[in-house]
Design a protein around this ligand. Sequence first.
Ligand code: SAM
Length: 224
Amino acid sequence: MDDEKRITTCNRVAYEKAADNYFAGTKELFDDDVRDFCRRLLLTSVKGSDIVEIGCGPGHDAEKMRRTGMNVLATDYCQPLLNIAQMQYPDLNTTRMDVTKIGLNENSCDGVFGYGVFHHVPPSLAAATTQRIHDILRPRGVLVMCLLGSTQFDRRIVANWGEIPNNPLQFEYFTPDQIESYLRQAGFASVEFFRESCAAYDNAPEFRVHKIFAFQVRAMKGSN
Ligand SMILES: C[S@@+](CC[C@H](N)C(=O)[O-])C[C@H]1O[C@@H](n2cnc3c(N)ncnc32)[C@H](O)[C@@H]1O
């Protein structure tokens, strides 16, 4: 199996096994401030109402955006998490989709939202994935993502994801410069970075020890 296929499959299995625990951990959203910030970044700049969320997990952000009147398609490659999203939010439109193999039409949405997903994309697929995200956006479409970076590591494997023994999950810690270069190469006309943080991130022992930080990016497609 290719290295990138192995990583994607291994990560998907890790999320499948940990789906219930992941959902339990998001019932009280400890990073609500950062999520609000990201949703606002998108909702205040998007020109139309068709939004695709990539890596939606239990669907909390997708549902919040839907309730503002947006037409949201919540996507994830982890079926158990999509089932949870659908059960929690029956009016949410969900579909299974691997972000590294986006199967949506070009020029078919106004906004793409990704909270905590791009840092699972294998580096060898990052440029092509960014290009597909760009291409599904309509002119003047907006992408907003929140990612984790680290000043210590390029990548890290968490061995027991979701507190399940031997359930490895791989994180790719792209730098903002790398992300900017993927976005510019894909053709995004403007790229802005933000460092909205919250106490839960700043104080998390895991984040401190491994010098992990959250950052956000908003990128806009040009008008033609
Ligand atoms: C850290 S969780 C974030 C979930 C949700 N956005 C949230 O904030 O709660 C990462 C999510 O991305 C999904 N994911 C990871 N790699 C993916 C891929 N290649 N395609 C689609 N979803 C992916 C996982 O299944 C998981 O739901």
